[in-house]
Ligand binder design. Sequence first.
Ligand code: SF4
Ligand code: SF4
Length: 219
Amino acid sequence: MAVKVLRRRELTFWEELYIPQIVSGLKVTSGHFFRNLFLHTAHRLGLLKHLRASVTFQYPEEPRPLATRFRSRHRLTVRDEGTPRCVGCMLCETVCPAKCITIVAGEHPDPNVEKYPVRFDIDLGVCVYCGYCVEVCPEDAIRMDTGILDVAAYSREEMKLDIHELMDPGLRKPVADCSLKFPHECRLHGGQMKGDWKERGSSCHHAAGRWPRRSLGQA
Ligand code: SF4
Ligand code: SF4
């Protein structure tokens, strides 16, 4: 097989100097600097308000406003009486391309509601934030509108959200207790909520930290 040798183009004299490229880069940077300086000064004087100038957000003290369509951390929506809207149909678990949703459905004591999620976990360490679970849900039971972005943890286990964290989006591990109005009662294992349930009647309170939430405004 014939081999075609491609020779790298030699740099010209001016390219070898690098000075024109440096000047060209400085021209772009200076252009942005002086444009923003001029526009911000004009805005202070009440002029040229229709022209936008660049703004630096002092993150994390000053978080950037999020678009209303932004997909942030998941939550499970609740009915008026505080029980989850989820009917355990498994559509979201089935459609999830990352296979990071785990649902165990149980018979609901209310005959008008066929099932409920006995267990509902999402592994955020695997989730790709595609939003398919939200789109496919027939009950509007899962949303990605919590405004929680900076999800970080020290272990993979902490990245797994259980039903407590999904129904109370601000809740942060370790979940020490449960206040869900639900036809079950949570069980604690070694001070940690393990997400298994038994009979009706729990009214304890969360004793965990909270995730920082942001309002979804206009980008
Ligand atoms: S956002 Fe996508 S990857 Fe994440 S849980 Fe939903 S369907 Fe799965
Ligand atoms: S969240 Fe929606 S799609 Fe997923 S199991 Fe519940 S009702 Fe079905």
